[in-house]
Design a protein around this ligand. Structure first.
Ligand SMILES: [Fe+2]
Length: 394
């Protein structure tokens, strides 16, 4: 199969107007200022503190923050498969999902697609290339609101994960790969009873059915885990794809992630794992829903606790796009994270830096003009306007 050309080469050129935005609350990377942000050719060309350009688009008392950068959202899946065994037209699903992403203030998104049909019963394995193809076609139309990249979520124990990942990476651009192991008794599901509860609720399976399924999963783990992990790490390094560990629980697992030269530690489940990752320079990513809901849905460590310990680097919306901005504002009172400017960095500059996208994530001269107008209504952040490379997209 031939590799498609990169999105930068395929997206039609758009005309990017010169304009300016004023606000009493502009969020720089380290502090808040009042003033005017000047934009031309899709980039920020000037930031004037305490000066208000009369011809500028006036955001008044609303905040002007950088466009959000989302590294791990699986929200395309419910648009593509809104009901079990019901599949929507993937091209249409991509646009519906994109509108929701942009409406949440996200201007750069890593669409998380699962490689390896560990959960063969949900039939997603076969959909991977279909979704990749739909995203690529949508990008070529030049009509997507957000800038889309792929995060390949690899179920390392699945029999077909290597075939899926290699095939996808040959055809499409992949920027991030996470290596996941959801075997009962491991990592996120160290407490097997919680996984049982999850499946009882989700699929209505009986205990004997779950016993059989869990036994099968343990067998896959024994057969594939180590061998697939090695091959996937190799694939990532060979193609210059950033790597993420997933659900690290012990310091030994973090040591393995360090040895495999990973950049991101997704959803560490314990304070020890998060501390060890952060200290080693891996960016610690936690779910924004965990902040908004006040804890982890699977009973693991809370994101706020990690923020207060000074080891939280990135928030991700995971399964609810609007949680990204809500989670960031929800951490604005945490001194260890750097109050509001630091909280906003967890959804802008930090995820951009961790994946090598140093042209964005910050309101500074030379950066992409990805900008979001946010109002605070009864203390709640409301996304009012979204600009990608200076063009309004939501
Ligand atoms: Fe997980």
């Amino acid at each position: 199969m031939t590799k498609l050309v990169s999105p930068a080469e395929t997206e039609p050129t758009r005309s990017l107007p010169a304009q300016a935005f004023t606000s009493r609350r502009i969020m720089l990377a380290d502090r808040e200022i009042a003033g005017t942000v000047h934009v031309a050719g899709g980039r920020i060309i000037g930031v004037d503190e305490d000066r208000f350009d009369a011809g500028a688009i006036d955001f008044g008392a609303d905040l002007l923050i950088p466009g959000l950068v989302e590294l791990h959202t699986d929200h395309l899946e419910p648009h593509y498969s809104p009901r079990p065994k019901v599949y929507w037209n993937p091209f249409s699903a991509v646009f519906a999902y994109d509108a929701q992403i942009a409406g949440a203030g996200i201007t750069t998104v890593f669409d998380s697609l699962r490689a390896g049909s560990e959960r063969a019963e949900d039939g997603f394995g076969a959909s991977l290339l279909k979704l990749g193809d739909a995203i690529e076609r949508a990008k070529r139309s030049g009509m997507l609101r957000a800038d889309h990249h792929t995060h390949l979520r690899c179920e390392v124990c699945a029999d077909d994960v290597l075939v899926d990942a290699r095939r996808y990476a040959e055809r499409f651009d992949v920027r991030l790969m996470s290596l996941m192991d959801h075997t009962p008794g491991q990592r996120q599901f160290r407490d097997e009873e919680k996984l049982r509860d999850y499946y009882r609720g989700k699929s209505g399976k009986s205990d004997p059915e779950l016993d059989e399924m869990f036994a099968r999963r343990r067998e896959l783990h024994a057969n594939n885990s180590e061998r697939h992990r090695r091959a996937l790490v190799e694939l990532g390094h060979a193609r210059g794809i950033a790597l993420a560990s997933h659900d690290d629980t012990t310091v030994e697992q973090v040591d393995e992630a360090i040895a495999d030269r990973m950049q991101v530690a997704e959803f560490p489940t314990t304070v020890e794992a998060a501390q060890a990752s952060h200290a080693a320079g891996l960016a610690v990513l936690m779910g924004a829903p965990n902040v908004v809901r006040g804890g982890s849905h699977s009973g693991n460590v809370s994101a706020r606790v990690l923020a207060e310990a000074g080891v939280l680097d990135i928030l991700s919306s995971d399964y609810v796009p609007i949680s990204l901005i809500e989670g960031a504002f929800g951490l604005a009172d945490v001194a260890e994270i750097g109050l509001l400017p630091g909280a906003i960095r967890t959804v802008t500059k930090n995820p951009a830096d961790a994946t090598g996208m140093t042209d964005r994530g910050e309101i500074a001269v030379g950066k992409r003009a990805d900008l979001v107008r946010v109002a605070l209504f009864e203390g709640h952040p409301v996304v009012r306007e979204v600009y990608r490379e200076g063009l309004r997209v939501s």
